[in-house]
Design a protein around this ligand. Structure first.
Ligand code: ADP
Ligand code: MG
Length: 239
């Protein structure tokens, strides 16, 4: 039987000199959920993503994906296992076409360029960028660039997609379109973890939320529980 826990962090600690960016963080990500990872700026959200995606090996603690210890596994290998991420600052190759940017992701599953291009075009259609396939990435608007980031990640056919602030800075109508896309991604069978510091957005979208503050796990629960949690309110409003 497959476990309903897709990924687990156990006591993950990340130190940067004297600063503890993640302090003994243990969380579980459930298969098929949209999980919000929230917390004020500097809470350690991106640092935890780095540990999960393989951008950085934590100082201590471990990470299990489908029961396999991936704590020290290189990022490219995790990508093949099914972990994909977007970056807080989009990383597109601006002089390449939109389709070519997505092919970078599709090559993880397709060695053949014709097949990788076909897969890329299918994903572009799915994220609503089909009309922009032959534009250069540099010609995209900022919200389109966010979509491109998501498209490249989806093209790797992940089981787990980590979204780092993909809705931040969008207008309300763009954010609604972005939320629709996240729901579509989950409907494709992909588990989604999204980092946002804007609570209002996340709470409309997620099944469950985990709150970090000052590197520590502060609270976890349903959106309704989280917004009523005294510790969470204090962390956001300051004291
Ligand atoms: P969040 O994404 O929740 O805003 P981060 O994970 O980016 O927070 O950062 C958590 C803390 O770790 C912050 O105090 C930040 O300045 C610090 N930090 C993050 N990355 C580094 C790094 N590479 N070197 C030193 N300090 C870092
Ligand atoms: Mg961050």
């Amino acid at each position: 039987m497959t476990s309903d826990i897709l990924l687990e962090t156990r006591g993950v600690t990340q130190r940067f000199g004297g600063l503890v960016a993640n302090s003994d963080v243990s969380i579980s990500i459930r298969r098929g959920e949209i999980l919000g990872l929230i917390g004020p700026n500097g809470a350690g959200k991106s640092t935890l993503f780095a540990a999960i995606s393989g951008a950085r090996v934590p100082t201590s603690g471990s990470i299990l994906f489908e029961g396999v210890d991936i704590t020290r596994m290189p990022a490219a290998e995790r990508c093949r296992l099914g972990i994909a991420r977007t970056f807080q600052v989009p990383r597109s190759f601006d002089s390449m076409s939109v389709a070519e940017n997505v092919m970078i992701g599709a090559f993880v599953r397709n060695a053949n360029a014709t097949r990788a291009r076909a897969a890329a075009l299918e994903v572009l259609d799915y994220v609503g960028l089909d009309g922009r396939a032959d534009a250069t990435a540099g010609q995209l608007t900022p919200p389109e660039k966010r979509r491109l980031e998501v498209a490249r990640a989806i093209a790797t056919e992940p089981k787990l997609l980590l979204l780092d602030e993909v809705l931040t800075g969008l207008t309300p109508s763009e954010a609604r379109l972005g939320m629709d896309l996240v729901r579509k991604v989950r409907a494709r069978g992909i588990t989604v973890v999204m980092v946002e510091h804007v609570m209002e957005i996340v709470m409309q979208l997620v099944d469950r939320a985990i709150v970090l503050n000052l590197g520590k796990l502060l609270a976890e629960g349903s959106p309704a529980d989280i917004v009523r949690n005294e510790d969470v309110i204090t962390a956001y409003l300051g004291d």
